[in-house]
Design a protein around this ligand. Structure first.
Ligand code: PLP
Ligand code: ZN
Length: 466
């Protein structure tokens, strides 16, 4: 099969719609400044419209492209020729029926599923998108790739550079919170790590300037190829449900790449006839970084066929500037006030009849504790999905009989500081130790039991607490 002749890039603005070749490196429309989509002529690509075609590849998983949870679906993102594909076996993830968490959320037994994207090689869902963007970067001959990151994007980029030895990684991080698990990966994988005095939103702005100036390939999710890889998270969710569409997908929202890519996945699957109905989408912001929530739920901003009310956006961002309001949450992966994929996310919310909610740090950490005690665990940002599902259940928007999939975006070991602090810190020191506000107590803390070094005392303690 010849890929990529059938693929092109297109501006998402309905009044512009400018097209760009698949080999062009343009992270935004250079005519109107809107975001770009990767688009396909499915007929020309010869994309099979029967799930069994994709399913059958698993039996031939000795071939690396069939083993990869991204490239097993190559025909659904046919922009790259196979010899350019860079894979490290990403996408071997699990959809786990989680009855313990289901009870916490208030669902009927058997109806809540956790999609463990932390099982990716660098420990977060970012590998889905990075494999795709890195493949595009490689196919256009890039020598260096860069990103701004709250941690996981940089860990992923650094890993792909290290494993493939095809490019040098340049990563931009802010001077605030970065979870140690993530920073340690970037450093160990040998990425050039630039720490700027500012937050993620500042780093995001700078990295775009630097990439333009120095001709470095940008791999943030503003890059439309990232989103192509992230579509496959939805393909694997469907695969693990026997190709049945769930009622809800619940996902944390930061830069809104994931939610945008899920929307695009469902738009395309519906077009291709691979699904006949679409799940509803719930995007969960952190309360301390709630731009999408504020604009969508309170100020009524909608996709509106691509004619988004820019005045409302502008006045909101002006307010942020005037009050010097910075994003602040324990869920550092979604500590973002200016999400780059905002427009595409509105399109996804429109197509999937979506809702947006915001979860406090208290709700996030309590949900994270429940995810951990009931299974494999996740990092704080990921637990926003479970906290959000619980909220929507309490509001009667999700029914207890609905089938709900919460996306756990990152691995539990990414941010051990938050976890250990939750379980060990005294209540009155909590906010100080975690560098947050508004967490009043660790409702599900599992405290270590201190005993003297004596067999009697140890046995007594085990009998008492066990
Ligand atoms: C990047 C990230 C997010 C946010 O995803 P977006 O696509 O930027 O909305 C959420 N959770 C984790 C663990 C992440 O690394
Ligand atoms: Zn345009």
């Amino acid at each position: 099969m010849i890929f990529r002749d059938a693929a092109y890039q297109q501006c998402i603005h309905p009044d512009c719609g400018a097209q760009f070749g698949i080999e062009q490196v343009v992270t935004g429309c250079n005519i109107c400044g809107s975001l770009l989509d990767v688009k396909y002529d499915w007929n020309q690509a010869g994309t099979p419209t029967d799930w069994s075609y994709y399913q059958n590849k698993w039996g031939r998983r000795y071939a690396p492209l069939n083993f990869s949870g991204i490239w097993r679906f190559h025909e659904l993102l046919p922009f790259a020729t196979p010899e350019h594909v860079v894979t490290v076996g990403e996408g071997q993830t699990l959809l786990q029926q989680a009855d313990f968490v289901s009870k916490y959320v208030g669902m009927d037994t058997g109806n809540l599923f956790l999609q463990y994207e932390g099982m990716n090689p660098s420990g977060s869902f970012k590998d889905n998108g990075m494999s795709a963007a890195f493949t595009h970067a490689h196919s256009v001959g890039a020598q260096r790739a860069a990103c701004a990151s709250t941690g996981n994007t940089s860990a992923s980029l650094a890993m792909y550079c290290a494993v493939s030895q095809l490019m040098k990684a340049v990563i931009f991080i802010g001077s605030g919170k970065i979870a140690y698990g993530k920073l340690s990966q970037a450093l160990e994988y040998g990425a050039l790590t630039v720490q700027i005095a500012g937050d993620f939103d500042d780093a995001m702005k700078r990295v775009q300037e630097v990439c333009r100036e120095l001709g470095i390939y940008l791999v943030n999710s503003i890059n439309p190829f990232r989103l192509e890889g992230q579509k496959t998270i939805m393909f694997r969710v469907l695969e693990q449900l026997g190709w049945e569409v769930p009622d809800w997908i619940v996902v944390p929202g930061g830069n809104l790449g994931n939610s945008s890519s899920f929307g695009k996945a469902f738009i395309e699957l519906k077009q291709l006839g691979l699904i006949d109905r679409v799940p509803r989408l719930a995007i969960i912001n952190a309360a301390g970084a709630d731009t999408l929530y504020e604009l969508y739920e309170n100020r009524g901003v909608r996709w509106n066929g691509g004619h988004i009310d820019r005045n409302v956006l502008q006045s909101y961002y002006d307010e942020l500037d005037t009050s010097n309001k910075k994003a602040s949450t324990i869920a550092s992966a979604i500590e973002i006030n200016r999400p780059v994929n905002f427009d595409k996310c509105l399109r996804a919310l429109d197509f999937c009849d979506g809702v947006v909610r915001k979860a406090t740090d208290q709700q996030i950490l309590d949900a994270k504790a429940k995810v951990g005690i009931g299974g494999i665990g996740c990092e704080p940002a990921s637990a926003a999905s479970v906290a959000g599902a619980k909220m929507l259940r309490e509001q009667g928007i999700i029914a207890s009989s609905d089938r709900v999939v919460c996306i756990l975006t990152g691995h539990q070991l990414k941010d051990p500081t938050a976890t250990v602090a939750y379980h060990t810190t005294d209540q009155d020191k909590f906010n100080e130790v975690l560098g947050v506000r508004g967490v009043s107590r660790a409702n599900f803390a599992n405290r270590a039991v201190a005993v003297s070094n004596s067999l009697d005392e140890i046995i007594k303690a085990i009998k008492l607490y066990g």
